[in-house]
Design a protein around this ligand. Structure first.
Ligand code: ATP
Ligand code: MG
Length: 118
């Protein structure tokens, strides 16, 4: 099986399929002991009714009968992974009107910092 694309990119590429000038922008910044990655696209944006429940399992905007049905698990799994690494993931609207995701993570985990000391 080919490797699966990162879930945020997979979602963005699907959202951009019908967009005439698709753009996906990833910005990473270091903020003290944390790093922030912003993933933004210029697609249709996240449906407002999904936004409050977006990271819950089985919440999907892709219809079962559509060409690429979704299970609604991607973002729930992504949040689980990020939070287990001491981070946060949030969703909102980009200036372009598309989707914007922010992933914030500690640059080092306590256990790794402890290991490197000794
Ligand atoms: N970049 C995006 N632009 C617009 N809508 C988005 C974007 N990313 C996610 N969404 C919306 O959020 C829903 C939930 O995404 P999630 O990745 O959790 O599940 P899914 O993509 O539907 O299914 P899968 O389990 O295959 O990932 C999507 O169905 C889509 O409606
Ligand atoms: Mg997905």
């Amino acid at each position: 099986m080919p490797p699966k694309r990162p879930r945020l990119f997979e979602n963005a590429l699907l959202a951009l399929r019908e967009v005439p000038a698709p753009a996906l922008r990833v910005t990473c910044t270091r903020e003290g002991a944390r790093v922030r990655a912003v993933v933004e696209d210029n697609g249709p944006g996240i449906a407002p009714e999904l936004l409050p429940r977006l990271f819950q399992p089985f919440v999907t905007g892709r219809k079962r009968e559509g060409p690429r049905p979704g299970t609604g698990l991607g973002l729930a799994i992504a949040r689980g992974i990020v939070e287990r690494h001491g981070g946060r993931i949030t969703a909102g609207r980009a200036e372009s009107g598309g989707a914007r995701f922010e992933v914030e993570l500690p640059r080092a985990q306590t256990v790794m910092a402890a290991a490197s000391l000794g």
